[in-house]
Design a protein around this ligand. Structure first.
Ligand code: ADP
Ligand code: MG
Length: 686
């Protein structure tokens, strides 16, 4: 097993330079390469003849090299390389653009398998920038070619070669993680075969079997991990906070009444807190349902019993916002609150840490920075994570490990069906805030076409004149597009300040800005010094500026429903009528449907359900947007049956120690440790 930890650099044909690039894909070791699963496959078992080539299609041919490659350079930026090939039916040209290094790769007469896009030029066929395999070049390869996610400087064939070499080098050392009996019971193939076949399946059947095995394993490990956390927590004696009327005095100072749903959830929380059971609770509530105030109440309750509280948020902007709310509400009650985020100076951080250590601070709010080892609490009583879906189980647990069995509460705006939540958050109890504060007018949503932007921006301008504020969001979809999109937010900004918004305060905010700059802009927006905030999706989660009542989403067709809903949730937080305008610049059927759903409903649960219906299987990005744990290969929606099987199997093992022989037990344990490697003392007894 050990050789799997070797650096990828030592694989034949990699070296330090390539290894650097592979790192970007998360491939650091042999193990990572084995588990770097294809995102799709190209079935080349169906080869066609040259005469059947169809213009514009991507097709696969079995051909012979018929001539030497010839190069031309029509201009300084372009090299064109052409090579003649043939089969029994005709000849064709392979054409490479800017790939001069392909020049002497092939010998006349050599048999090659060519897959590429066909271009018909008069009566001749050209195959552009194809993927080429010569027979017998790759040992493990088959007719079905894996397609991998790539990065600049790494081509699909590079990864195929690397994975192929890794498999050849390591396959004999791979030990199965699952016990034999379990594999038989659940009809699973062995790990060795599964890993080989997931990359290079002989046919779709062997692919399906390989996938099933790997999906099962992923779910199974995850379930075992959660169950052992839960078991550990349940066995622990938790903190018993004092019942105290103080919390109701605080509630009386609010300018509003808690909703029934907030009341219900608060009492669930308090009953956990006031018992000696360790609270481990998920709070689900749609955007704007008022989760923050519940968190503040829980923290205050802990502080009233002499404990400290900590709350972690996924972004600095959000952490700062929470810090301000907590301070506003609790300072008058003599509660000391502080902030810890990455962008603070070392010195300031030290000061805060010192205060935390000796209980000069009661409540600490921050980002991931809170997890560092150097953050030590004197007497931590409750740990809260906001927007839980941005964090992993690990981070949640490592924050909790800073106290002695503190109560744990995680909050998320992600509405998922309860049955699924019960499995995925198997270690948590669940509370749902299923009601919005009264008096909220539903956000009016208008999907519009490209040609309407004129009217949209005039409308925004009118609203600004009335004293409102607006967000304009531009998409940022994939890293490879980051630069373009950054420009488009920038371009949007440049255009708008020169035209519609020439006499209005406009600011730009995007993910590449320094945190301090982002905060500066956000602060000004909150204070109303900025009227229009043009941004990428950095404002997606949690931001609360009640006076902002317009959300314009540019290129709305590029956003998923869950994300559109999150974005829309930024407005409609005040008393004014709010508007969400979706500028659709595409004409894709699904995106039109999405716009329609957004127009029809404001209900997060319905939107979530529809989103899943519209998405195809294997949509990893979609799953992330839903805030579900992201698995390497498993899909929590389409693989729900396997998920249930894995859960049943995990339950059986956890409840029956003798089910596993000790050797098998060890391998399983190792793997789970790896999966949750920040979690101390995972229960080793199962
Ligand atoms: P989210 O659940 O999306 O995190 P927030 O906690 O940010 O929502 O709350 C949204 C807004 O609603 C805040 O301005 C908050 O003060 C306000 N709010 C919370 N609870 C109530 C309530 N019961 N009645 C009226 N307004 C409330
Ligand atoms: Mg929130």
């Amino acid at each position: 097993m050990d050789s799997l930890c070797n650096s990828i650099q030592y694989v034949k044909g990699v070296g330090p330079k390539r290894a650097e690039k592979l790192k970007k894909l998360g491939i650091n070791t042999y193990y990572d390469a084995l588990y770097y699963f294809p995102r799709g496959y190209e079935d080349k078992s169906e080869k066609i003849k040259i005469v059947q080539g169809q213009d514009g299609k991507r097709q696969t041919f079995e051909l012979w090299v018929a001539g030497k490659a010839a190069m031309s350079r029509p201009n300084r930026k372009l090299t064109i390389l052409k090579m003649q090939v043939r089969d029994e039916t005709a000849t064709a040209q392979i054409v490479w653009f800017n790939q001069a290094y392909m020049k002497d790769k092939f010998k006349i007469g050599q048999k090659i398998i060519v897959t590429g896009k066909i271009k018909r030029v008069y009566n001749r066929i050209e195959i552009h920038n194809p993927v080429i395999e010569s027979d017998n070049k790759f040992k493990n390869i088959s007719k079905i070619t894996p397609i991998y996610p790539l990065t600049k400087g790494i081509k699909n064939n590079d990864i195929i070669r690397i994975v192929d070499n890794v498999i050849t080098d390591t396959v004999d050392t791979i030990q199965d993680t699952l016990p034999n009996s379990l594999m038989i019971q659940n009809d699973l193939i062995d790990l060795k075969t599964a890993l080989k076949d997931i990359h290079f399946p002989q046919n779709m059947d062997s692919y399906a079997k390989a996938r099933r095995r790997l999906v099962f394993e992923e779910f199974f490990m995850f379930q075992l991990g959660l169950m052992s956390i839960r078991k550990k927590i349940n066995n622990n004696e938790g903190i018993k906070f004092n019942k105290s009327p103080k919390i109701y005095d605080l509630i009386d100072t609010f300018p509003f009444k808690l909703t029934n749903a907030q009341d219900k959830v608060l009492s669930e929380i308090l009953s956990d807190m006031n018992s000696n059971k360790t609270m481990n609770r998920l709070i689900q509530g749609d955007v704007g349902s008022g989760k923050t105030i519940i968190a503040i109440l829980a923290m205050y309750h802990a502080v009233c019993s002499g404990y400290q509280a900590v709350m972690m948020a996924p972004t600095e902007i959000l952490a700062k916002q929470h810090y301000e709310s907590v301070n506003n509400i609790l300072k008058p009650f003599g509660i000391r609150c502080d902030l810890l985020v990455g962008s603070m100076t070392q010195k300031n951080k030290e000061v805060v840490k010192e205060k935390i250590k000796n209980s000069q601070v009661n409540i600490l709010i921050g980002t991931h920075a809170l997890i560092q080892d150097s953050v030590i609490f004197d007497k931590l009583g409750i740990v809260i994570t906001d927007e839980q879906h941005r964090f992993g189980v690990r981070q949640r647990v490592s924050l909790a490990n800073k106290g002695y069995n503190p109560d744990v509460m995680v909050m998320t705006a992600t509405p998922i069906p309860r049955t699924l939540a019960l499995i995925l958050y198997g270690d948590l109890d669940i509370s749902v805030i299923d009601e919005l504060p009264p008096g909220r007018k539903p956000v009016k949503t208008y999907p519009v076409g490209n040609n309407m932007s004129n009217r949209v921006y005039n409308f925004v301008k009118e609203q600004i004149k009335e004293g409102r504020q607006a967000y304009i969001v531009c998409p940022l979809i994939e890293e490879s597009e980051a630069l373009d999109t950054l420009k488009s937010a920038q371009v949007m900004y440049d255009e708008l300040i020169d035209s519609y918004f020439s006499d209005i305060e406009v600011a730009l905010i995007h993910g590449k800005m320094k945190n301090t700059d982002k905060e500066y802009v956000m602060e000004k927006f909150k204070n109303g010094d900025i009227d229009v905030l043009i941004s990428t999706t950095v404002i997606e989660v949690g931001i609360n500026v009640p006076n902002a009542n317009i959300m314009v989403i540019e290129n709305a067709e590029r956003f998923g429903l869950a994300q559109l809903h999150q974005l829309r949730g930024r407005v409609g937080r005040g008393s004014e009528q709010a508007y969400c305008i979706l500028i659709n610049r595409g004409n894709n059927k699904i995106s039109v449907k999405r716009m329609h759903i957004m127009k029809e409903t404001n209900d997060g649960f319905i939107i979530s359900q529809k989103d899943l219906e519209l998405r195809g299987p294997g949509d990893i990005l979609g799953i992330r947007q839903h805030g579900l744990p992201s698995f390497k290969i498993a899909n929590v929606f389409t693989d729900i049956d396997i998920l249930k099987e894995a859960q049943t199997a995990a339950k059986k093992i956890i409840s029956n120690k003798e089910l596993l022989s000790s050797q098998e037990n060890n391998l399983l344990n190792n793997k789970i440790q790896k999966l949750f490697n920040d979690i101390n003392e995972i229960d080793k007894s199962f």
